[in-house]
Ligand binder design. Structure first.
Ligand code: GLV
Ligand code: MN
Ligand code: MN
Length: 420
């Protein structure tokens, strides 16, 4: 049974949240624990209260709002994130959180009492673009990262996570891991081109590929661009460029699903007539098979050592994030598939290329995800877009399955029924 969800109400909330941190020309910039993130949280938590929920905030800033069930105990948890990359869109993460609120609104409207509680969760710093690793809040929630270490994480802009959390007023007092889930569902845009290209409405996500993030620092020597012969340079910029092309060659050579990205490259002193003294770059490697990802990491280490020796620069590396591939719970994935089929939506099973909070929750409870198409396959892009009809289909799959999992007890008697 689908609760009476209202996609236009969901889209109105998406648009309103998208106005916080809105970029001129479209898109959103709400990086984790910036004032814009704080303002987005305030809006969402206000909506939670309007729906009669009492949100709790834990010590890493994760927010949990629970609609009680007839029987106290672990919830059916619906979650995602509302932080964005600095050049993000309206849908990544936000859709999953606000779809959870739409489900609560629909349950309220219809006076449905569920057996289990239903919780909407907002996890801190999913994106990982400002503070690494990504999925940090959900990782802390499931006990995969110590709270103190998480609070001490330093951002790419030098800020300490715990200080930023305090500064925006979202360092809560609830204990970590205090809200238990019987099952976790996350509704998300696909963020890639597969569903749109194949004309399929719902992605039934079987798991998330492995993620390996490395920061590479190269130390060379600044010298005059006009006066230093090529053979006498220690050019950190050239070494970085060779590593960047080498990363693409590794990915192409391994082939198949292997992807490799250098998304950040900073040179010092970054001037037209100075050979670069230092370079700091990031390498993002991903593959669905752990052994293949590990092979790519070995090749990356060899590449860095070879280039550093040839260009006479010193190289050091730091792991920013490393998560093995995750397979979601087979039964729950099957229920996502069955729900999409029962609703008459075209669907296919698929892996997730992006990381998600669901992969962390999968450590502690059955977890699964629902994908809907992304226009032009774009995400982490200000032009990210998913059409209302697609959003509605995913919302109905999420809401139907969540209600099934929570169990419907009966209807809240209306006032006139109580009066008889
Ligand atoms: C998180 O958005 C990721 O990079 O997969
Ligand atoms: Mn996301
Ligand atoms: Mn993202």
């Amino acid at each position: 049974m689908t609760p009476p969800v209202d996609v236009s109400r969901l889209i109105a909330r998406l648009d309103a949240l998208g106005r916080i941190g809105a970029l001129a020309g479209g898109g959103v910039s709400r990086p984790a624990l910036t004032p814009a993130d704080g303002a987005g949280r305030a809006l969402v938590v206000g909506w939670m209260r309007d729906l009669g929920l009492e949100p709790v905030v834990d010590r890493i800033g994760n927010v949990f709002a629970t609609r009680p069930g007839a029987v106290p105990g672990p919830s059916v948890m619906i979650g995602s994130h509302i932080d964005t990359v600095a050049t993000g869109g309206l849908y990544d993460g936000n859709l999953g959180v606000l779809a959870g609120l739409e489900l609560i609104a629909a349950l309220n409207d219809a006076g449905i009492v569920t057996e289990r509680p239903v919780t909407v969760a907002v996890f801190t710093n999913e994106e990982g673009a400002r503070f690494q690793p990504d999925m940090l809040g959900s990782l802390v929630h499931v006990g995969g990262l110590d709270l103190a270490a998480a609070l001490d994480t330093v951002a790419v802009d030098g800020a300490r996570l715990g200080d930023e959390l305090e500064a925006i007023g979202w360092a809560g007092e609830a204990p970590i891991g205090g809200v238990a889930a019987a099952a976790y569902l996350e509704y998300h845009i696909e963020q890639g081109p597969v569903l749109e290209a194949e004309g399929i409405e719902i992605g039934v996500v079987e798991g998330v590929q492995g993620i390996s993030w490395t920061e590479v620092t190269l130390a060379g020597r600044a010298s005059h661009a006009g006066c230093t012969p090529m053979r006498l340079r220690r050019d950190a910029g050239l070494a970085a460029a060779r590593i960047a092309t080498g990363v693409a060659e590794i990915a192409r050579d391994i082939g198949g699903d292997m992807v490799g990205t250098v998304g950040s490259l900073r040179l010092r002193p970054d001037l037209v007539n100075v050979v670069a003294e230092s370079a700091v770059m990031t390498v993002d490697l991903r593959h669905p098979v752990e052994a293949t990802l590990a092979e790519a990491e070995r090749r990356l280490a060899g590449l860095i050592a070879r280039v550093a020796a040839e260009e006479t620069v010193a190289a050091s590396t730091r792991v920013l994030a490393r998560f093995a591939p995750v397979a979601f719970d087979r039964d729950l994935v099957g229920r996502v598939e069955a729900t999409a089929a029962a609703l008459g939506f075209g669907h296919r099973r698929m892996p997730s290329g992006a990381g998600h909070d669901a992969q962390m929750l999968a450590r502690v409870c059955p977890a699964a995800m629902v994908f809907v198409p992304s226009a032009d396959g774009l995400s982490h892009n200000t032009r990210e877009f998913t059409a209302a009809a697609d959003i509605e289909r995913g919302l109905r799959v999420l809401a139907s399955l969540a209600l099934d999992l929570a169990g419907r007890v009966g209807d809240v008697p209306r006032a006139e029924e109580i009066r008889g």
